[in-house]
Design a protein around this ligand. Structure first.
Ligand SMILES: [Zn+2]
Length: 460
């Protein structure tokens, strides 16, 4: 098969591709109240129905898996390869200068919620299929597009799909970045609590979500002199900004650092661990003072590999474990906190949980720890090599495997990798205001997918 012929067909459908994507963007398919046949709300179901309707009009067989997911295929026989994309989106949020659910093309960019994440990539797959079908190519192995409707809120769509349909041997999701992600670290989430009385600590608050390095934290003290606080700030030597204010009988200390995703804690400057360090240098006395000193000892400020807590580990293929101390609250004599860990493929949920649990116990905390194992598809597998060669053939760029700390749509699905569609150096404002995809990227993605389908499913 002359791929050039298929690429020209894709180029020729530029207008249709933008039109279809605009149609799908018009559904506000973020998670809403479930309804009959619409487990994630009506708009998500309608967007799924519309997508499958378009696929049928283009000549594909489709199947609707009870409103959770759908499939479309132009080949006969059992699919060897699946491309998994999602039609649900996150809510619009603030700051849009355009209507998030009315697509608009400006300067070669198509704007709208879901343009890049993940309706655009889904549409590119559909037109890659259309070009292949129209060219009359005959493939040795079957292929299908799988579209889900709950990626943003826990991927229960895929759990349902796995239970009610057959998952292809090989799978890729165009829901992350190029070139290709074959390793996703394991994940641990820990919640911990301790009762602790205090005469001097009134409250402490830092961090709200467990998967982010907190950019701010604050604590109120009673009966502590400002001089002692200033001396402690000096001694702590933190790079966050501390501010001390009198509020009646209380002195409020706030810390402002830099946020980061929990999978890259070294990029941030943790305001919470800085504040804990500072408080550990002030004589607070009582149980609360002791607990804070113990936390400062086990989880030192600026340490993001969990070395002191005894959880550090690394391997060559997936890198080092990362630890983000993300939440701590103290109120009414009780601490509650959260820690997020991403661990390399040499570790396991059991081992990391055990080590982290021991550190928390040494600090005097009760805990609940859970997580998911690392996800890995060998970089040497023919599947991965074929995808990378397709990427290289279309883009002329070097294809290589990446390991990340975050989890993608295929985490836990055997034989699944993430392939596309973000590229280094371009911010498509995924989950933010004025999300967009370049129209050229929509076309190029379709070419990459067509090339990948032919290479993996092979011509007859
Ligand atoms: Zn996504």
């Amino acid at each position: 098969m002359e791929m050039q012929n298929i690429f020209e067909r894709i180029e020729g459908m530029r207008g249709e591709i933008c039109e279809t994507l605009s149609k799908l963007i018009s559904y506000p398919s973020y998670r809403q109240e479930p309804a009959e046949g619409a487990p994630f709300g009506k708009p998500a179901r309608e967007c799924l129905d519309k997508t499958l309707e378009i696929c049928r009009e283009l000549g594909f067989k489709t199947e609707n898996i009870d409103g959770y997911a759908g499939t479309a295929s132009f080949t006969d026989g059992e699919p060897l390869l699946g491309i998994l994309a999602h039609l649900d989106v996150v809510p619009a949020g603030d700051g849009w200068t355009l209507d998030p659910f009315k697509a608009e093309i400006k300067d070669g960019k198509l704007f709208g919620r879901g343009a890049m994440d993940d309706k655009g990539p889904a549409v590119s797959v559909i037109y890659a299929m259309k070009a292949l079908k129209d060219s009359g190519v005959r493939l040795k192995h079957g292929f299908e597009l799988i579209v889900g409707t709950d990626e943003e809120c826990g991927s229960s769509d895929i759990a349902y799909f796995k239970a009610h349909a057959k998952t292809p041997r090989w799978l890729f999701t165009p829901d992350a970045s190029y070139p290709l992600i074959n390793i996703e670290k394991g994940h641990i989430g820990a919640r911990f609590t301790a009762k602790a009385s205090s005469e001097k600590l009134v409250y402490l608050h830092g961090g709200r979500t467990i998967n982010a390095v907190p950019a701010s934290a604050s604590a109120a003290l009673k009966g502590v002199g400002e001089e002692e606080i200033s001396a402690a700030i000096k001694k702590a030597g933190c790079t966050v900004k501390f501010e001390v204010k009198k509020a009646g009988e209380e002195t409020v200390i706030s810390a402002v650092g830099t946020s980061a995703h929990a999978s890259t804690p070294d990029v941030g400057d943790n305001a919470l661990t800085a504040l804990i360090k500072l408080l550990s240098l002030i004589d607070l006395g009582g149980e609360a003072g002791e607990r804070l000193c113990a936390l400062a000892r086990e989880f030192p400020y600026k340490e993001t590999d969990g070395k002191t807590a005894g959880v550090a580990m690394k391997d060559e293929t997936s890198g080092a474990l990362t630890l983000a101390f993300s939440i701590l609250d103290y109120e009414n004599g009780e601490f509650s906190g959260g820690i997020d860990i991403r661990f390399p493929i040499c570790g396991s949920v059991k081992e990391v949980s055990k080590r982290l649990g021991a550190a928390l116990e040494r600090a005097g905390f009760e805990h609940k720890i859970g997580g998911s194992e690392p996800h890995c598809v060998s970089a040497d597998s023919p599947f991965v090599k074929k995808l990378l060669s397709a990427y290289e053939a279309v883009t002329g760029k070097k294809g290589e495997c990446l390991a990340i700390g975050g989890g993608t749509y295929v985490h836990g699905t055997e034989g699944g990798v993430a392939f596309g569609c973000e590229i280094e150096g371009e911010d498509n404002r995924i989950h933010g205001a004025d999300e967009f995809i370049r129209v050229d990227a929509l076309i190029e993605n379709a070419k990459i997918f067509a090339e990948a389908i032919v290479r993996v499913c092979e011509e007859e």
